[in-house]
Design a protein around this ligand. Sequence first.
Ligand code: ZN
Ligand code: ZN
Length: 174
Amino acid sequence: MREYSLDVPAPERIGIDVIGVPEDQGIHIAMKLESVTEGILVTAHVTTIAEGECIRCLEPMDMPIFRNFQELYRYAPEKAHTKAQRRAAEVHDDVDEDDELMVDGETIDLSAPVRDAIVLALPINPLCELDCPGLCPRCGVKWTLLDPDHRHTVTDPRWAGLSDLLEADPDEEP
Ligand SMILES: [Zn+2]
Ligand SMILES: [Zn+2]
């Protein structure tokens, strides 16, 4: 068993529209590698900071990300295997070959599970505060900045032209 600690920059933005880890953001991966019969078992803890905006008040926000994952990297199947043996192994594994992680010589590629761990840790609806009151739907100002009794007088649309005249700046040329 070996333990490693890695600090790597995000190779590209990882995330969804509203929130994600920006390119070059530091990602810390603390992991334990164990040698098992079928390959190498990786148990890792991923930490980084996602950036996005609150879906209610649109304020930019940072969000710490913590996520664990465990993945088995298999040793490449031996070439001596007969077709029948390989087929038996495939049926037995019942794993999509594309999803299967393999040990490549002396290397394991952590990018897919690290990316998945980050995406799974992201909230679909990020909020700056759980009870963020959002924006006034009429003037778009944050409720936290407005009077508690803030409201807009609703004008009959047929009179809207008149109220524009009333609110016009008197110093302005007509
Ligand atoms: Zn908010
Ligand atoms: Zn308002």
